[in-house]
Design a protein around this ligand. Structure first.
Ligand SMILES: *Cc1c(COP(=O)(O)O)cnc(C)c1O
Length: 226
């Protein structure tokens, strides 16, 4: 398992998808998903040049982030209210904003810690009960209220489509998220909804072709989680 080589391969996949879509690969951030990955292996990814990392659980992330220090950490798992204070302290972006109450709490904590926190709204397009995230119809309510949250900047949206081994089955969800985003951007011109966080190890190509600016990749970099 050569992590540097895996990263190279993922970057090449992103670059080819960008070529097909006539996009600049520098528009796509490779977020290395490090859940269950040891600090030693995360260090290898850092040594290979990666700077942005994603964790699902605040508790698991805490010791890694405190031990590894440098880098930008994104929370990509559901955030419980009693973990908000820790999350604000540890992460530079929370990709899983999914309620008004959570936004208010994140804003309050960020203000208290003298920090401006970047957030993405998690959109549950398929209405899957097993996944967090807001149905698209409820996203405008968050965007309408966002001017009140001076310590939050809403930078876009994130989605996890229904699991399907065929990457092409993810494409319609990626495309429709981009269309929703374009509509919301038009309706809320004072916001800068620049990020579309979509695509994982198996479906990053259609995601990049449909406009992803953040791809969240675990397995293709670090191998299976067992
Ligand atoms: C685990 C996870 C990923 C990475 O998935 P891989 O298939 O290992 O690339 C991406 N996004 C979220 C939200 C995850 O939980």
């Amino acid at each position: 398992m050569d992590i540097a080589q895996n990263i190279q391969r993922v970057k090449e996949r992103i670059a080819s998808a960008c070529r097909r879509a006539d996009r600049d690969p520098r528009e796509v951030l490779l977020l290395a998903v490090t859940k269950t990955v040891s600090p030693e292996r995360i260090r290898e990814a850092m040594a290979a040049g990666l700077t942005h990392f994603g964790e699902n659980y605040v508790q698991e992330a805490r010791s890694k982030i405190e031990g590894l220090g440098k880098g930008f950490w994104h929370l990509i798992g559901h955030l419980q209210r009693n973990k908000v204070k820790q999350a604000v302290r540890l992460f530079s972006m929370v990709e899983t904003l999914d309620s008004l109450e959570l936004a208010q709490e994140l804003n309050r904590q960020a203000r208290e810690q003298g920090k401006v926190l970047k957030v993405l709204i998690q959109v549950n397009e398929a209405g899957e009960a097993t996944k967090s995230g807001l149905p698209p119809e409820q996203v405008p309510l968050i965007l309408e209220n966002s001017p009140a949250w001076s310590a939050l900047t809403i930078e876009g949206v994130m989605t996890i489509p229904p699991l399907d081994p065929d990457p092409e089955r993810s494409r319609p969800w990626f495309r429709s998220l981009r269309l929703w985003r374009d509509r919301w951007q038009e309706r809320f011109p004072h916001l800068e909804l620049k990020h579309l966080s979509m695509g994982m190890s198996h479906d990053l190509e259609p995601a990049v072709e449909e406009g992803a600016t953040i791809v969240r990749v675990g397995t293709a970099i670090f191998g299976g989680r067992g």
